[in-house]
Design a protein around this ligand. Sequence first.
Ligand code: NDP
Length: 339
Amino acid sequence: TKVLLTGASGFIAAHILDVLLEHGHSVVTTVRSQAKADKIREAYPKMPKEKLDFVIVEDIAQEGAFDEAVKIEGLEAVIHTASPFHFNVTDTQKDLIDPAVIGTTGILKAIKKNAPSVKRVVITSSFASILNASKGPSWTDHTYSELDWNPVTMEEAVQNPANGYRASKTFAEKAAWEFVKNEKPNFTVTTMCPPMVFGPIVHYLNSLDALNTSNQRIRNFITGQVKSEIPDTGTFIWVDVRDLALAHVKAIEVPQAADKRFFITAGYFSNKELVEIIRKNFPEYEGELPGKDVKGGDYPEAGLYKYDNSRVKNVLGIEFTPLEKSIVDLVKSLKAVGA
Ligand code: NDP
């Protein structure tokens, strides 16, 4: 299948690219600069241009940004991952919401207008669009599933960057389903809703200073930045990046994935567990880690919400990587870039 993948310079997209090529698909991927295209190309020296090609889309927040990029002969599927995931925002609307929402609606409009051969579209949404933050982690009588929607409002979105990010993902995913309802396009849409994503980074794109957001807490542990107290975990559920990448690719391969949302989590974790996994497997970081008796990072005493991850297992056949393997592989990949 010929696939357009947006944002291949990202942590998750780099793994999706790997799986797509492994499964024999032909990939055209968008990046923001020629320099990024060159780096990715170097990582796949033997891959011919028909199998791996690039198109530059500098800013997905611009209306019509994808209009030309989708004009690809024989294009059948699109995987849209590009969206800002960071908290350095000065203007929530411009920095987070516009690229998320206009990026998503923009690519859907562009496909409808200029790429009539496309049959499947997969969008990387987030648990952020499912979670009800006002209920906190100890909403013990609730089971999160694909039926839940984050009730965040625009007013709450601008209160702080965490709200802003979660709102950007919620508004973007809602806009995608609205598009399907109103425009009745020729293609199906599938959305992926992962919580915290951990796992190895690809060495060719990353450095310790320019690390994707969800892996930063592990970098902070092994570089001695949080020795006196383990920070709150925040979101207590996670998934390995390789399982998530496979799920995106299965979503274009498995017909039953069409028109569905997928909540993809492997289960619970706490920051304290992450520290103990690193301590057990990497004695060389003992001096950097918070000590054994340091406070914080535990599960809440009042318990946790529950989760239902059955759809992703039943429809896409995903088997989950255990937390210890994900963190060990991540730390190894951070060592490879100098940690
Ligand atoms: P990264 O920051 O590694 O990747 C983000 C990607 O989006 C990069 O390729 C980035 O390009 C691109 N991008 C951001 N803003 C723009 C813009 N204005 N114009 C063009 N490209 C842009 O993060 P992840 O890989 O973690 O995130 C990928 C997706 O997964 C996002 O949609 C995110 O919301 C979602 N997600 C991530 C989770 C996680 O824990 N990691 C959890 C749930 C969802 P560049 O590299 O050039 O900056």
